[in-house]
Design a protein around this ligand. Structure first.
Ligand code: SAM
Length: 253
C-alpha cells in the first residue's frame, strides 16, 4: 500500500465504541503507535486497543506532560523521528488517539512534525466516537434539536471559557478539559441558571468512571478526563425542580 500516516480514533474508553473501520485500519497497518506518559505506562488509547483487538501490538511514543516546554518539545521531536523512520522504511503507520483524531488531539501536532521530516507523506484520519457523544448517550441527554446550536469549548485555560457560549440560551455547551475547575464551572452555571440538567462524565468507559448530575459532584475538582454537557434551555425544562431556580433563568440579576 505504500507509506502513509493514519490517525485512528478509538473512542473515549469503552472498547465497544471502537469502529469496525478503526479496527480494520489497525490490523492493516504495518505499525501502530500510541501516546504514553512513559515507555512502561500503557496509554489510555493503547488500553482500548488491547481490549478490542488483543492481536494488535502498540508501540509507545512518549509524550511527556512536563512543565518544561523544552523537554516537552524534545519528546515530541523524538516521537516524530521514530514515526518518520518507519515511514522511510515504507511502512503504513497508524497512530491511535482517544475519541476522534480531529477533536483536541495530539495527532495533528505529531503529523505536522512528521511531515517536516517526510514531506509528501499521505496523512488521513479515521473518525472516532467523542467523549461527549458517549456522555450524551449514558446520561440520556438530547444535545441539540431543530435550530439549536452546539458549542464545544476547552476550559483548560480557565472556567471563564464557558461564559460566552452560555450567553446563548438555545445552545448546548460541551466543556472539555475542565475537570480541575468543576466547582468554578458549576458556580458559573448556577449563576446563569443552567446548572439544572448539566451532567458530568468522568473517565467514561475507564476504571473509576462516574456519570451524574454536575450539581451533585462539583464540590471538588474532577479528573482530567471529565466532560460536561449543558443542554439548551427548553420549555418545561427544570419545572420539577421545586424550589430550585428554573433552568435557564439566572438566579442572580
Ligand atoms: C485532549 S482532549 C481529547 C478529546 C478526544 N479527542 C475526543 O474526541 O473526545 C481530552 C478531553 O477530552 C475529554 N475526554 C476524553 N476522553 C474522555 C473520557 N473517557 N471521559 C470523559 N472525558 C473524556 C475530556 O474533556 C478531556 O479533558
Amino acid at each position: 500500500m505504500g507509506s502513509a500516516l493514519v490517525g485512528v480514533g478509538v473512542g473515549p474508553g469503552d472498547p465497544g465504541l471502537i469502529t469496525i473501520k478503526a479496527l480494520s485500519e489497525l490490523r492493516g497497518a504495518d505499525r501502530v503507535f500510541g501516546p504514553s506518559m512513559s515507555v512502561d505506562v500503557v496509554g489510555r488509547a493503547e488500553s482500548i486497543v488491547r481490549q478490542a483487538a488483543p492481536d494488535v501490538e502498540v508501540e509507545r511514543l512518549v509524550f511527556a506532560i512536563v512543565e518544561d516546554a523544552a523537554a516537552r518539545r524534545a519528546a515530541h521531536e523524538r516521537a516524530a523521528d521514530r514515526v518518520a523512520e518507519c515511514l522511510a522504511a515504507g511502512e503504513r503507520v497508524a497512530f491511535v488517539t482517544l475519541g476522534d483524531p480531529n477533536v483536541y488531539s495530539t495527532f495533528h501536532h505529531l503529523a505536522a512534525r512528521v511531515l517536516e521530516r517526510s514531506p509528501g507523506t499521505p496523512v488521513t484520519t479515521v473518525p472516532g466516537i467523542c467523549a461527549f457523544q458517549d456522555l450524551a448517550a449514558r446520561s440520556g441527554t438530547v444535545l441539540v434539536d431543530g435550530v439549536e446550536r452546539l458549542h464545544l469549548v476547552s476550559a483548560v485555560a480557565g472556567p471563564e471559557a464557558i461564559d460566552a457560549p452560555l450567553a446563548d440560551p438555545e445552545a448546548a455547551v460541551v466543556v472539555y478539559k475542565g475537570g480541575r475547575h468543576l466547582p468554578e464551572l458549576a458556580e458559573r452555571l448556577r449563576a446563569a441558571g443552567r446548572l439544572d440538567g448539566a451532567v458530568v462524565g468522568e473517565l467514561l468507559g475507564l476504571p473509576g468512571e462516574r456519570v451524574g448530575s454536575l450539581a451533585l459532584v462539583a464540590a471538588v475538582p474532577g479528573a482530567y478526563l471529565s466532560s460536561i454537557l449543558v443542554p439548551p434551555c427548553r420549555e418545561g425544562h427544570g419545572e420539577a425542580a421545586g424550589d430550585e431556580p428554573a433552568a435557564c433563568e439566572a438566579s442572580e440579576p
